[in-house]
Write a protein that binds this ligand. Sequence first.
Ligand code: SF4
Length: 190
Amino acid sequence: MADFCSTVWPEIPTPNNYLNCKECGLYKQGTRMVWGEGNPEAPIMVILDNPGAREDKEGNPTVCGTRQTLQKAAFEVGLKMSDLYITYILKRRPVRKYDKEFTRNICMQHLEQQLISIKPSLIFCLGNVAVQSFFRNQNAEVKSFRGKWHNVQGYLTMVAYHPLAVRRRPNLWPYFLDDWKVFAERYQKH
Ligand code: SF4
C-alpha cells in the first residue's frame, strides 16, 4: 500500500446566497466562509465543529492538523476523498469568544438544508460539539455514544473523537481508527 500523504482536498463552494452570510455575527471575527471540502456528491457526510485554516499566513494552501488526522484515518480504512463530503456545524471558524448556543442554533439551519439537498447515506459526527449539535442533545458525548450506530433524524450516524483531540492525545488513535473501520465496513456493504 502507498504511504499516506495529506493533500489539500477541493473546497465545496459556498452557495452564492450564503457567501456574505452574517446571520450569527461570526463574520465580525474576520474568518471566511468554508462550506465544506471533498466530493459534493459523496454518500458519506462527515460533520466537524467548524472549518480549520485552509490557508497559512502567506495565503498558501495548507492542511491543518485536524484534516491531516482525518485524512490519515480515512486512508487507513480505504476511504477516498471521493467518498467523503466534509462539512461543519459552523461555516466560519471562530477565533474569539462567541455565543456558542446562539451561533450553533442559527448555523445548524444551513446544515439542515445541506442534508435535504445531499441526502447522505451515512453520517459521521466527529467531536462533542458536532455530536451535541447534530443529535440536538447537550448531554451527548463521544465517549458514551461511540462504537454503535444511531438513527438521527432518519440518518444512519456514527460518532468518533474529534481528529484534533486524537492528535493531541495519541492514546485515542486506536479508538478513532476502530470507529473509522466500523464505519467503512458498513459503507462498503451499503
Ligand atoms: S457561521 Fe453560519 S450563520 Fe454564522 S455567518 Fe457563517 S454561515 Fe452564517
